[in-house]
Write a protein that binds this ligand. Structure first.
Ligand code: 16G
Ligand code: ZN
Length: 531
């Protein structure tokens, strides 16, 4: 059959060259780039099958290893609504990635039967990639996989991960926007410019923003956007990938958050706010350096509270408080942020397992769901009911109500609801600071973070660690939780947890306490207990 030819082609063009087992993890497959070509090819096959199961709706393939260093790469699938691949398919993806070339044909046939795909249907797959030098070759392998099963690939070239998610969503739901990079700018940047017309600059807010682009795709895209901002936001961009700057090396959101150090490659001025993006543009944290050269970090928790409090304010002004707003965090959320949200903002909080799919899912439970990981990945999702209500008030409400509702509609448009998006989040943060006439110190003043520390421990088998209660409790190995709890209790405001990483072969340790010294000590003690 013609499929025979396809599999023979796969063997020749994208052979499986490694016997190392690879797993579809929290964010897809991620490993050294040279081990991925056959995996990506097979994900091309799988995307076609997935598209057919979804009646020909478009599926996305993103080639990226996010904040990892240059030698790594990765691949993940995007579902029709722009969300992460449905969890029950992760096992199928893993199976397909690991079979030998000889068994690829029979396994593919099995999968097609198992998911009941009608292979006579059309199939459409959008492919995007980050700036890694290994990405074009992998994107081509993905396209070959799509073509092999007679699907139609469309390559977007270098885009941020959230831009690809956005395009997939738009392609399947044309009310959301135009499925192109330009369509993304029109909607998201267009909404920011609209808001700027309504909110004149005042107070302590200053339109200058420095950006650390992590030498990745996000900075490059902001460089395109920068020229269209008409002075409403003056972006000073650093780490755009030129001058020998290496992707994510000592820079970018993950480096800044985990090491609690400013990135290299950025000029610093006292109290100047800086936004730091990650390598594929789906995470953002802010920070500034004070006049004593101390760094102050405004992480995902900070952004979440800023957005949640402002949207709450607008809902109140629009008299739409029957819409339920809630916030979703993970165990990594700073305890002080959770306290502030509950006690000051009086907004309900849910805590879920690490990984965007868990947060996104939990956020959909609210009319307005704000979700953020402390590491800077997050967004806001609005239910259809919420959008309808806000639109109605924007048309028919009293003047003050209408004003708030119209602003909210712009904010909805500025939001990439499909996934956490550094560029969209950047404009949202700037909108709130501008609306409040606040500088970055005033933003930081909302609450005081508990000092914290993260460590990673290498163990023989990280999978011996199991957790419950959204990873806050360790259920095995036996006795470990008791030790963690006992150590945490010895420090003021002490809290700690351990969990197996979903992206690296390590165990992660998180600790917070009332002083940095205590937090460091607690983290070290817990790491010792794991080891
Ligand atoms: C992935 C996740 C991120 C999570 C991180 C945890 C997505 C798109 N990304 O990067 O949300 O924070 O993994 O990594 O889901 P870890 O399991 O190695 O700590
Ligand atoms: Zn990322």
């Amino acid at each position: 059959s013609s499929l025979r030819v396809v599999y023979a082609f796969a063997r020749e063009m994208h052979p499986k060259t490694s016997d190392v087992f690879i797993q579809y993890g929290t964010a897809g497959f991620r490993t050294k780039a040279n081990l991925l070509e056959h995996v990506v090819y097979r994900m091309g096959l799988l995307a076609v099958i997935r598209s057919r199961v979804k009646n020909g709706r478009t599926i996305g393939i993103m080639i990226t290893a996010s904040h990892n260093l240059e030698p790594d790469n990765g691949v993940k699938l995007v579902d029709p609504d722009g969300e992460m691949l449905e969890q029950s398919w992760e096992e199928i993806a893993t199976r397909l990635a690991n079979v030998s070339d000889n068994d690829l044909e029979s396994t593919t046939e099995q999968v097609i039967k198992q998911v009941n795909a009608d292979m006579a249907l059309k199939a459409s797959v959008f492919i995007g990639m980050d700036t890694r030098y290994t990405s074009p070759r992998l994107a081509a392998a993905a396209a070959n996989g799509v073509i092999a099963l007679k699907g139609t690939p469309k390559e977007f070239g270098i885009v941020t991960t959230p831009q690809l998610h956005f395009c997939v969503k738009c392609r399947n739901d044309n009310t959301y926007g135009t499925p192109t990079e330009e369509g993304y700018y029109e909607k998201i940047v267009g909404a920011f410019k609209k808001v700027c017309q309504k909110l004149p600059v005042y107070g302590e807010y200053n339109t200058t923003l420095y950006v650390d682009g992590a030498n990745g795709v996000g900075g490059k895209k902001l460089n395109i956007i920068r020229k269209s901002l008409d002075g409403e936001l003056d972006l000073n961009l650093y780490n755009l990938g030129g001058n020998g700057g290496k992707l994510n090396l000592n820079c970018g959101a993950d480096f800044v958050k985990v090491s609690q150090k400013p990135p290299v490659g950025v000029e610093h001025a006292p109290f100047q706010r800086v936004a730091s993006l990650d390598g594929d543009g789906d995470r953002i944290v802010y920070y500034y350096i004070d006049d004593k050269e101390k760094m102050h970090l405004l992480d995902g928790d900070r952004i979440a509270t800023l957005l949640a409090s402002y949207v709450t304010e607008l809902l109140r002004a629009a008299e739409a408080t029957h819409l339920k707003l809630g916030l979703v965090q993970t165990a990594y959320a700073n305890g002080a942020s959770t306290k502030y949200i509950t006690e000051e903002l009086k907004v309900p909080v849910s805590c879920v397992k690490t990984g965007v799919k868990h947060l996104h899912h939990a956020a959909l439970e609210y009319d307005v769901g704000v979700y953020f990981e402390a590491n800077g990945h997050g967004t806001v999702v609005y239910s259809a009911e919420a959008k309808k209500t806000i639109s109605k008030i924007a048309e028919e409400g009293e003047p003050e109500q209408r004003k708030a509702a119209q602003l909210l509609l712009d904010i909805v448009d500025m939001t990439n609801e499909t996934v956490g998006d550094a560029i969209s989040d950047l404009f949202l943060v700037e909108t709130v600071l501008r609306a409040r006439g606040q500088n970055v110190r005033q933003w930081l003043a909302a609450y005081t973070d508990l000092p914290c520390r993260q460590l990673k421990v290498t163990v023989k088998d990280r999978n011996v660690i199991s957790t419950s209660d959204a990873e806050r409790l360790c259920t095995s190995p036996a006795g470990l939780q008791a030790r963690v709890s006992a150590q945490a209790a010895r420090h003021g405001s002490g809290r700690a947890f351990v969990r197996a990483s979903g992206t690296e072969d390590v165990v992660r340790v998180y600790a917070e306490a009332d002083t940095q010294e205590s937090a460091d000590k607690l983290a070290a003690e817990v790491a010792q207990a794991v080891f």
